[in-house]
Write a new protein. Sequence first.
Length: 367
Amino acid sequence: MKAVAVTPGKPNSVHLAELPKPRVDDIPGGRGVLVRVLKIGVDATDREINEAKYGAAPPGYDFLVLGHESFGVVEAVGKNVRNLKPGDYVTATVRRPGGSIYDQIGTSDMTSEEVYYERGINLLHGFLTEYYVDDAEFIVRMPDGLKHLHVLAEPMSCATKAVQQAFEVQRRLRVWRPQVAYVMGAGQIGLLTTLVLRLRGLEVYTLARGEGPSLKSEIVEAMGAHYISTKQTPLQAMPAKVGKADLIIDATGSSAIAFGCMQLLGHNGVLVWTSVTGGLQHTEVPSDKVNLDWVLGNKLLLGSVNANREHFEMGIKDMALGEVMFPGVIQRILTTPIQGLDSYQKMMQTLVEDNEALKVYVEVAEG
Ligand code: BGC
Ligand code: ZN
């Protein structure tokens, strides 16, 4: 069967590879789930892997199959799989366990090991192919009623985790009633984070460079949040305008902005960084000022990566709630379909060049 792969370490190496079709019994213990791939989303991580900034091939291979945002339909299950059946729509988690205690308890997103195993990203083949098989532990059911949101399940799980982690760490305060949140960036993670925070009842300001009206500003406003163009309102002007934030989530991909927004956070607040910045940028910060301010304000900086099964399940519930609160809005993120695995060049070119695309995804098969 066909798969879209790169040669890690070699820039612009995206190509078609050939793999044998997997079988349900490839997974021991009767726990295999064979999935026919329907759609796969791609994002900046795939672009950076193709730019040779990130990612590694599985042992024994000189190529890595891309694709970590998956949507498919179950084709067959092993004899010990009880919670899934052929015909179910599913997505899959991305990270697979290493050896740490966190990996052993189902939270490999929190692994304490340096090496991590991620399908389509690091050391494991991804889903941008015709079929994949995996242990039922890593396959998450998508309700038929959310089929139209398909590949958003994975980015949604990351957005949900980022917010859940903020609430989790803020238990240090005994009571935390955040009111104002800033979301930095209006790409897929920024928009989905905006959604999650609106569902939790916060007043949300989503900041991005471009001036509205635009698709981004329309989606933000349709979720009952405020879209702020940093061309009109520079970052540092935000506190005077709307008050300092109780919670800031950065999803810009810019480490300069990630540091820049340290000066916008209110007392007891939490700043969450979610961008995987593969570059080598250096930034100057007013370190005495920030240090003083963070100590005197008991502020917290939190990194959040990946998502475990629990976050996928929470994210899917949030998408369902989002559909009830803001009908038809989430699907507007799904801007840019690409037809078929054979169009892999177009897929990569669109990822690199199309600045208007919020979500590029490959339609692998009908279903
Ligand atoms: C993926 C995450 C992954 C991260 C780091 C992101 O693009 O969505 O699942 O953990 O990259 O590799
Ligand atoms: Zn991703």
